[in-house]
Design a protein around this ligand. Structure first.
Ligand code: SAM
Length: 243
């Protein structure tokens, strides 16, 4: 199919996103390493360096997948803190729980099957909320931003790590060539799933540009919003506070 290239009705989008992540759940980590040549680890390390988390605090990892950000935050909050890893997809959440257990994080992590648009936590719950490569897949991004803002404690911050739009001259054509030919090919030979990785490339193109996401964050009530480009804007880390 060529569903990545046509307008997809909202109700259908969620089902498709679910199918994509069910299909990729088991080889998700391998594909991440191959697709980004390992660079996703650096993007995540930089994100973790910005959480400001201290021992005993609480963090929420939305769309946490296999838990790379959760694991880093578990170290930061320590045994007396808490990290809640959420994902909308049960298969991914199960992968996440296994991966966290393998890394030795058991006592200070909880798992919750949840939609980013309607987080099942009280207001003012978390010192830091992260969403890594997840907002792109959310159907109602404004609702997700409001929901993540709501569960932040006053003074807490939201960190959004997401594919973005290259800002370095000459990078865009190379990046387009990569994502529209190399990526689906990798998806085909490694994950036997060309369509899911075609969807990935298309969803990155449609994601709001850096300044536009800042405006959406502000509209959701986040303050002092800023972004930092990584790898020439292929990825960006957006930050906003709740005051
Ligand atoms: N954060 C992890 C990382 O950086 O490796 C996983 C990212 S993975 C590309 C995106 C995840 O978002 C998938 O596990 C998917 O199930 C989840 N997801 C998609 N839509 C969601 C939604 N509306 N609410 C919560 N999670 C969602």
């Amino acid at each position: 199919t060529d569903f990545g290239y046509q307008q997809v009705p909202v109700a259908e989008k969620q089902a498709r996103v679910r199918a994509v992540f069910e299909s990729v759940a088991s080889n998700y980590d391998l594909m991440n390493d191959l697709m980004s040549a390992g660079t996703h680890r650096l993007w995540k390390r930089f994100t973790l360096s910005q959480t400001g988390l201290r021992p005993g605090q609480r963090a929420l990892d939305v769309a946490g997948g296999t838990g790379d950000l959760s694991a880093g935050m578990c170290k930061q909050v320590g045994e007396n803190g808490l990290v809640v890893l959420t994902d909308i997809n049960a298969a991914m959440l199960a992968e996440g729980r296994d991966a966290m257990t393998d890394r030795g994080f058991v006592n200070n992590v909880r798992f919750s099957l949840a939609n980013a648009e309607r987080l099942p936590f009280p207001d003012n719950s978390f010192d830091c909320v992260t969403i890594g490569f997840g907002l792109r897949n959310v159907t109602d991004k404004a609702a997700a931003l409001r929901s993540m803002q709501r569960v932040l404690k006053p003074g807490g911050q939201l960190l959004i790590l997401e594919f973005s739009h290259p800002v370095v001259p000459g990078l865009k054509p190379l990046y387009d060539a990569y994502s529209f030919s190399v990526l689906p090919w990798l998806g085909k030979v490694v994950a036997r799933d060309e369509d899911s990785y075609r969807y990935l490339a298309e969803s990155i193109r449609k994601f709001p540009k850096q300044p536009e996401l800042i405006e959406m964050m502000q509209a959701a009530g986040l303050e002092n919003c800023k972004y930092h480009n990584l790898t020439g804007g292929i990825v960006a880390l957006h930050r906003g506070y709740r005051f």
